[in-house]
Design a protein around this ligand. Structure first.
Ligand code: PMP
Ligand code: GLN
Length: 375
């Protein structure tokens, strides 16, 4: 019997594959199509000839861990100890999986907000624990009342994703006040904060779990250099957690991967000395604004986007098809790939909404918008 009977091929794989089969413009799976910063490619080319090809220490390459600590200090004013509170991971995906495997036990419950990214539920199930899906409000803000009602003595963890994939929503100070009250009622509840888009926010500033004192002792924050440096294929990220939790997480990491590939770690440690992550928000805000402008006369209705590189759009004016069918036809009949939002819901709720990735060069955005505008 399958341990994950309901898991099928990820929608990101399905849509990207279909996009390439039909030669469609791929705005589905979230990855940039523009060149990586030459300073980073120069660093890795130079490092290829140096002695950086063997195992790093299990938890990470020490100079990279030092740079991550400095980044967190600079960005959020939080002091973390590299040797005990940081883990370098093979992308945030491994950070999430490893954290859940290490901390969630049989019979525990884990709150996952609907809609949500696809990496959270399976590790919970593999722990013989129960994912408890709680719907976000219609405007994608958390419904703290229903979250509160869903929490019990069995609830081990709540997973938050801020900025949020697929909706682009970000959490407010008010949300964090609610979270603080919730945690005060449930002293054993942990928070897994997926902040892979932490540097991609627009009008409003990102509020990181790092800045909240009430979270420091009970939160695991995961991030990804894939998003911040346009290198999703490098599969490299990091987690930050208090020592008593990180000790457990490292026990699993040790046997899941032992250590992450050395040359990427060395390259990113050097790149972090020169790169300014604060430029990323402005860069993607321009992309978002340009993409929205290109689509303003189309029949798609664009939803607000506060962060991430995803734009949610309603096609209710265009078709009555369910969103999966609509996305397939969008590829085969119109040459553009997107992601159906229903796939982020446990009950596959169809709301005639799809997600476009705007992490693309302007030429690609223009070509896609031309096709979308003709529908
Ligand atoms: N969390 C979210 C919300 C994501 O969108 C993604 C993927 N892009 C990940 C985690 C996984 O990140 P990585 O590619 O670093 O594993
Ligand atoms: N996070 C990416 C997205 O939301 C997908 C990554 C993947 O394919 N696993 O599109």
């Amino acid at each position: 019997m399958s341990k994950l009977p309901n898991v099928t091929t990820s929608i990101f794989t399905v849509m990207s594959k279909m996009a390439s089969e039909y030669n469609a413009i791929n705005l589905s799976q979230g990855f940039p199509n523009f060149p990586v910063d030459e300073r980073l490619t120069d660093i890795i080319a130079r490092l290829a000839k140096e002695n950086v090809h063997q195992y790093t220490p299990m938890a990470g390459f020490p100079p990279l861990m030092e740079q991550i600590a400095q980044l967190v200090q600079k960005s959020y004013g939080r002091t973390i100890r590299p040797e005990t509170e940081i883990l370098v991971t093979a992308g945030a995906t491994q950070g999430i999986f490893t954290t859940i495997l290490a901390l969630v036990k049989t019979g525990d419950e884990v709150i996952i907000l609907d809609p949500s990214y696809d990496s959270y539920e399976s590790p919970v199930l593999l722990c013989n624990a129960k994912p408890v899906r709680v719907a976000l409000n219609d405007d994608y803000t958390p419904n703290w009342e229903t979250i509160g009602k869903a929490c019990s003595s069995k609830t081990k963890m709540i997973i938050i994703n801020n900025p949020h994939n697929p909706t682009g929503k970000i959490l407010t100070q008010d949300d964090f006040s609610h979270l603080e009250r919730l945690l005060s009622k449930h002293p054993n509840l942990l928070v897994l904060s997926d902040e892979v888009y932490e540097y991609i926010t627009f009008e409003e500033k990102h509020i990181s779990a790092h800045t909240k004192d009430f979270l420091l002792n009970r939160c695991i924050m995961v991030s990804s250099f894939g998003k911040s440096f346009h290198i999703t294929g490098w599969k490299i990220g990091y987690s930050v957690a208090p020592e008593h939790l990180m000790k457990e997480i490292k026990k699993v990491h040790q046997f899941l991967v032992f250590s992450v590939n050395s040359i990427s770690q060395a390259a990113i440690s050097q790149y972090l000395e020169i790169v300014d992550v604060n430029l990323l928000g402005k860069f993607y805000q321009e992309k978002r604004d340009y993409f929205q402008k290109l689509l303003q006369n189309s029949r798609f209705e664009l939803k607000p986007c506060e962060g991430t590189y995803f734009q949610v759009a309603s096609y209710a004016n265009i078709s009555n098809d369910d969103d999966v069918t609509f996305c397939k036809k969008l590829i085969t009949e119109h040459g553009v790939a997107a992601i159906p939002i229903s796939t982020f819901y446990s009950d596959h709720k169809d709301q005639k909404l799809i997600r476009f990735c705007f992490a693309k060069d302007n030429f690609t955005l223009e070509a896609a918008a031309k096709k979308l505008g003709d529908i």
